[in-house]
Design a protein around this ligand. Structure first.
Ligand code: AP5
Ligand code: MG
Length: 193
């Protein structure tokens, strides 16, 4: 099964992608994680990525599309995957369409997680607080100031993908404000898994 989880920062994409990928024994592909790994390398490229993430902007389409296209060449995606955080722009979505078409593949579903902004910022700030309480470093973008930029990028550049995928009749919307287990159950019902 080939799935996309679409949603604002903090909407639960990572949480649910991990659960669904595990349930279906398919790969979980998070562009945010891939970019954080690149940033941690401290190479010149990694430092550029880190700066973009800290601002709450999006990394350029060309870079992200290349990373994902390369990742989709690996063997572990043959039985399917959950894309978490990609695509994030219409340009990324059309690039993915091309990769899929070249392989004679199609998406099974695009799941939109719907959560109101007030809950999103609470979740992000709580995650930073929890990380610090455990003596771990919080994500560089998990603070209220960067969150506003991330949400702005979502609304301006990513939200148009809702209509994009609705027009392709693959969009399924799920109430992301339920408990984590209830959201997982709703996604599973939606995709029949
Ligand atoms: P990315 O890592 O994708 O971050 P994000 O989209 O901003 O969202 P998060 O990972 O913070 O939230 P999530 O939706 O995964 O929710 P989670 O399950 O963690 O991207 C980071 C950055 O990388 C971007 O800003 C950009 O710079 C760059 N980037 C990434 N992809 C890119 C792309 N394609 N193009 C360009 N740039 C890209 O949950 C959040 C919190 O809420 C957790 O603490 C969780 O425990 C809690 N939670 C989850 N579900 C629930 C629930 N139902 N009830 C209560 N709490 C919940
Ligand atoms: Mg995430």
């Amino acid at each position: 099964m080939r799935l996309i989880l679409l949603g604002a920062p903090g909407s639960g994409k990572g949480t649910q992608a991990e659960r669904i990928a595990s349930r279906l024994a398919i790969a979980h592909l998070s562009t945010g994680e891939m970019l954080r790994v690149a940033a941690a390398s401290k190479s010149a490229f990694g430092r550029d990525v880190q700066a973009v993430i800290e601002r709450g902007d999006l990394v350029s389409d060309d870079i992200v599309v290349k990373i994902v296209a390369e990742r989709l060449q690996k063997d572990d995606v043959k039985s399917g995957y959950v894309l978490d955080g990609f695509p994030r722009t219409v340009a990324q979505a059309t690039a993915l369409d091309k990769v899929l078409a070249d392989r004679g593949e199609k998406l099974d579903a695009v799941i939109e997680l719907k959560v109101v902004a007030a809950d999103l910022v609470e979740r992000i700030v709580a995650r930073a607080t929890q990380a610090k309480a455990c003596g771990k470093e919080a994500r560089a973008d998990d603070n209220a100031k960067t969150f506003i930029m991330r949400l702005h990028a979502y609304e301006e550049l990513t939200a148009p993908l809702v209509d994009y995928y609705r027009s392709k009749a693959v969009l399924k919307s799920v109430d992301g404000m339920q408990s984590m287990d209830a959201v997982t159950a709703a996604i599973r019902r939606t995709i029949g898994a």
